[in-house]
Design a protein around this ligand. Sequence first.
Ligand SMILES: [Zn+2]
Length: 219
Amino acid sequence: MASSTEENYLKSLYNLANAEGEVNLSELAASLQVSMPTANSMVKSLQKSGWVMYEKYKPLTLTKEGKKIAALIIRKHRLTEMFLVKVMNFGWEEVHEVAEQIEHIHAPKFFERMDQMLGFPTVDPHGSPIPDPQGKITPLSYTPLSHAKPGQNVQLAALTNSSTEFLEFLNSRNLSLGTQLSILSKESYDQTMVVSYAHHPSETLSEKVCERLLVRVLE
Ligand SMILES: [Zn+2]
Protein backbone atom coordinates (compact mmCIF):
# COMPACT_ATOMS: atom_id res chain seq x y z
CA MET A 1 0.00 0.00 0.00
CA ALA A 2 1.33 3.46 -0.88
CA SER A 3 2.19 5.99 1.85
CA SER A 4 0.63 9.49 1.75
CA THR A 5 3.87 10.89 0.31
CA GLU A 6 3.99 8.22 -2.39
CA GLU A 7 0.34 8.90 -3.18
CA ASN A 8 1.07 12.61 -3.62
CA TYR A 9 3.91 11.78 -6.05
CA LEU A 10 1.67 9.48 -8.09
CA LYS A 11 -1.10 12.09 -8.13
CA SER A 12 1.30 14.83 -9.30
CA LEU A 13 2.71 12.57 -12.03
CA TYR A 14 -0.84 11.88 -13.18
CA ASN A 15 -1.82 15.55 -13.23
CA LEU A 16 1.40 16.79 -14.87
CA ALA A 17 1.57 14.14 -17.60
CA ASN A 18 1.57 15.49 -21.16
CA ALA A 19 -0.30 13.81 -24.04
CA GLU A 20 2.41 11.14 -24.16
CA GLY A 21 2.07 10.54 -20.43
CA GLU A 22 5.52 12.00 -19.73
CA VAL A 23 6.70 14.23 -16.88
CA ASN A 24 10.15 15.75 -16.31
CA LEU A 25 11.72 15.20 -12.91
CA SER A 26 12.27 18.97 -12.53
CA GLU A 27 8.55 19.67 -13.10
CA LEU A 28 7.63 17.00 -10.58
CA ALA A 29 10.03 18.41 -7.97
CA ALA A 30 8.70 21.94 -8.54
CA SER A 31 5.07 20.90 -8.23
CA LEU A 32 5.71 19.05 -4.97
CA GLN A 33 8.03 21.79 -3.71
CA VAL A 34 10.88 19.38 -3.00
CA SER A 35 14.53 19.35 -4.14
CA MET A 36 15.63 17.38 -7.20
CA PRO A 37 17.61 14.84 -5.14
CA THR A 38 14.58 14.25 -2.90
CA ALA A 39 12.30 13.75 -5.91
CA ASN A 40 14.91 11.52 -7.53
CA SER A 41 15.20 9.13 -4.61
CA MET A 42 11.42 8.91 -4.18
CA VAL A 43 10.98 8.19 -7.89
CA LYS A 44 13.48 5.34 -7.59
CA SER A 45 11.48 3.83 -4.77
CA LEU A 46 8.24 4.22 -6.77
CA GLN A 47 9.98 2.42 -9.62
CA LYS A 48 10.88 -0.47 -7.28
CA SER A 49 7.20 -0.75 -6.35
CA GLY A 50 6.35 -1.00 -10.05
CA TRP A 51 4.40 2.26 -10.23
CA VAL A 52 6.76 4.47 -12.25
CA MET A 53 9.01 3.89 -15.26
CA TYR A 54 12.26 5.76 -14.94
CA GLU A 55 15.43 5.81 -16.97
CA LYS A 56 18.23 8.30 -16.42
CA TYR A 57 17.86 11.50 -18.54
CA LYS A 58 14.43 10.42 -19.77
CA PRO A 59 11.03 11.72 -18.72
CA LEU A 60 9.04 9.76 -16.14
CA THR A 61 5.91 7.82 -16.93
CA LEU A 62 3.43 6.02 -14.69
CA THR A 63 2.93 2.29 -15.17
CA LYS A 64 -0.60 1.00 -15.63
CA GLU A 65 -0.73 0.15 -11.93
CA GLY A 66 0.68 3.57 -10.95
CA LYS A 67 -1.92 5.30 -13.10
CA LYS A 68 -4.71 3.33 -11.46
CA ILE A 69 -3.54 4.18 -7.95
CA ALA A 70 -3.35 7.87 -8.91
CA ALA A 71 -6.83 7.86 -10.45
CA LEU A 72 -8.27 6.23 -7.32
CA ILE A 73 -6.71 8.95 -5.11
CA ILE A 74 -8.30 11.54 -7.38
CA ARG A 75 -11.57 9.64 -7.02
CA LYS A 76 -11.37 9.88 -3.22
CA HIS A 77 -10.45 13.58 -3.45
CA ARG A 78 -13.35 14.49 -5.72
CA LEU A 79 -15.90 12.38 -3.84
CA THR A 80 -14.80 14.08 -0.63
CA GLU A 81 -15.19 17.53 -2.16
CA MET A 82 -18.70 16.59 -3.27
CA PHE A 83 -19.53 15.27 0.19
CA LEU A 84 -18.27 18.45 1.85
CA VAL A 85 -20.43 20.61 -0.42
CA LYS A 86 -23.58 18.50 -0.66
CA VAL A 87 -23.78 17.00 2.82
CA MET A 88 -21.76 19.35 5.01
CA ASN A 89 -22.66 22.61 3.23
CA PHE A 90 -19.11 23.82 2.64
CA GLY A 91 -18.62 26.36 -0.14
CA TRP A 92 -16.94 25.04 -3.30
CA GLU A 93 -14.01 27.36 -2.56
CA GLU A 94 -13.38 25.77 0.87
CA VAL A 95 -13.15 22.05 0.13
CA HIS A 96 -9.80 21.42 -1.58
CA GLU A 97 -7.55 21.60 1.49
CA VAL A 98 -9.77 19.23 3.49
CA ALA A 99 -9.97 16.78 0.59
CA GLU A 100 -6.16 16.80 0.31
CA GLN A 101 -6.09 15.20 3.75
CA ILE A 102 -9.06 12.86 3.50
CA GLU A 103 -7.94 11.41 0.13
CA HIS A 104 -5.23 9.45 1.99
CA ILE A 105 -7.67 7.39 4.07
CA HIS A 106 -7.40 3.79 2.87
CA ALA A 107 -10.56 2.11 4.26
CA PRO A 108 -12.62 1.42 1.10
CA LYS A 109 -15.81 1.22 3.19
CA PHE A 110 -15.53 4.91 4.04
CA PHE A 111 -15.63 6.05 0.42
CA GLU A 112 -18.16 3.42 -0.65
CA ARG A 113 -20.57 4.84 1.93
CA MET A 114 -19.79 8.38 0.85
CA ASP A 115 -20.46 7.48 -2.81
CA GLN A 116 -23.75 5.83 -1.84
CA MET A 117 -24.88 8.77 0.34
CA LEU A 118 -24.24 11.11 -2.60
CA GLY A 119 -26.14 8.94 -5.08
CA PHE A 120 -23.01 7.94 -7.07
CA PRO A 121 -22.04 11.34 -8.52
CA THR A 122 -20.00 11.51 -11.74
CA VAL A 123 -18.53 14.99 -11.22
CA ASP A 124 -17.11 16.96 -8.29
CA PRO A 125 -18.37 20.41 -7.15
CA HIS A 126 -16.14 22.08 -9.79
CA GLY A 127 -17.53 19.92 -12.60
CA SER A 128 -14.43 17.71 -12.86
CA PRO A 129 -15.16 14.04 -13.59
CA ILE A 130 -14.89 11.55 -10.72
CA PRO A 131 -12.94 8.43 -11.82
CA ASP A 132 -15.01 5.22 -11.46
CA PRO A 133 -14.11 2.54 -8.87
CA GLN A 134 -11.79 0.90 -11.46
CA GLY A 135 -9.94 4.20 -11.92
CA LYS A 136 -11.41 5.00 -15.33
CA ILE A 137 -11.99 8.69 -16.12
CA THR A 138 -14.51 9.84 -18.69
CA PRO A 139 -13.04 13.05 -20.13
CA LEU A 140 -15.18 16.19 -20.35
CA SER A 141 -16.41 17.37 -23.71
CA TYR A 142 -17.29 20.96 -22.92
CA THR A 143 -16.37 24.17 -24.75
CA PRO A 144 -14.43 27.01 -23.13
CA LEU A 145 -16.70 30.08 -22.88
CA SER A 146 -13.99 31.97 -24.80
CA HIS A 147 -14.89 29.89 -27.91
CA ALA A 148 -18.62 30.72 -27.74
CA LYS A 149 -20.14 33.38 -29.99
CA PRO A 150 -22.40 36.39 -29.41
CA GLY A 151 -26.06 35.37 -29.55
CA GLN A 152 -25.39 31.92 -28.09
CA ASN A 153 -26.90 30.72 -24.85
CA VAL A 154 -24.70 28.50 -22.74
CA GLN A 155 -24.75 26.77 -19.39
CA LEU A 156 -21.77 26.76 -17.05
CA ALA A 157 -20.71 23.10 -16.67
CA ALA A 158 -17.15 22.94 -15.32
CA LEU A 159 -13.94 24.88 -14.68
CA THR A 160 -10.41 24.42 -15.99
CA ASN A 161 -9.04 26.03 -12.84
CA SER A 162 -10.47 25.67 -9.36
CA SER A 163 -8.08 27.80 -7.31
CA THR A 164 -9.61 29.47 -4.26
CA GLU A 165 -9.04 32.91 -5.79
CA PHE A 166 -10.91 32.03 -8.96
CA LEU A 167 -13.78 30.38 -7.05
CA GLU A 168 -14.08 33.47 -4.84
CA PHE A 169 -14.18 35.63 -7.96
CA LEU A 170 -17.03 33.48 -9.35
CA ASN A 171 -18.87 33.72 -6.01
CA SER A 172 -18.55 37.51 -6.14
CA ARG A 173 -20.28 37.46 -9.57
CA ASN A 174 -22.92 34.89 -8.49
CA LEU A 175 -21.61 32.44 -11.09
CA SER A 176 -21.97 28.74 -10.28
CA LEU A 177 -22.31 25.46 -12.19
CA GLY A 178 -25.67 25.36 -13.93
CA THR A 179 -25.85 29.16 -14.44
CA GLN A 180 -27.27 29.95 -17.89
CA LEU A 181 -25.60 32.82 -19.69
CA SER A 182 -26.49 34.72 -22.84
CA ILE A 183 -23.52 36.09 -24.73
CA LEU A 184 -24.31 39.68 -25.65
CA SER A 185 -21.06 40.70 -27.30
CA LYS A 186 -17.38 39.89 -27.65
CA GLU A 187 -14.69 42.56 -28.01
CA SER A 188 -12.48 41.60 -30.97
CA TYR A 189 -9.56 43.63 -29.59
CA ASP A 190 -9.07 41.75 -26.30
CA GLN A 191 -11.72 38.97 -26.40
CA THR A 192 -13.58 40.45 -23.41
CA MET A 193 -17.18 39.18 -23.29
CA VAL A 194 -20.34 40.88 -22.12
CA VAL A 195 -22.87 38.35 -20.84
CA SER A 196 -26.22 38.41 -19.07
CA TYR A 197 -27.64 35.96 -16.55
CA ALA A 198 -30.10 35.93 -13.63
CA HIS A 199 -30.08 39.37 -11.92
CA HIS A 200 -27.03 40.37 -13.98
CA PRO A 201 -28.27 42.13 -17.14
CA SER A 202 -24.75 43.03 -18.25
CA GLU A 203 -21.54 41.59 -16.82
CA THR A 204 -18.10 41.93 -18.43
CA LEU A 205 -15.79 38.90 -18.25
CA SER A 206 -12.12 39.01 -19.22
CA GLU A 207 -10.56 36.57 -21.69
CA LYS A 208 -8.72 34.89 -18.80
CA VAL A 209 -12.01 34.22 -17.00
CA CYS A 210 -13.75 33.03 -20.20
CA GLU A 211 -10.95 30.53 -20.88
CA ARG A 212 -11.41 29.02 -17.43
CA LEU A 213 -15.17 28.53 -17.71
CA LEU A 214 -16.34 25.39 -19.54
CA VAL A 215 -19.83 25.53 -20.96
CA ARG A 216 -22.48 23.47 -22.66
CA VAL A 217 -23.86 25.34 -25.69
CA LEU A 218 -27.68 25.41 -25.46
CA GLU A 219 -28.52 26.75 -28.90
ZN1 LIG B 1 -9.54 19.67 -4.96
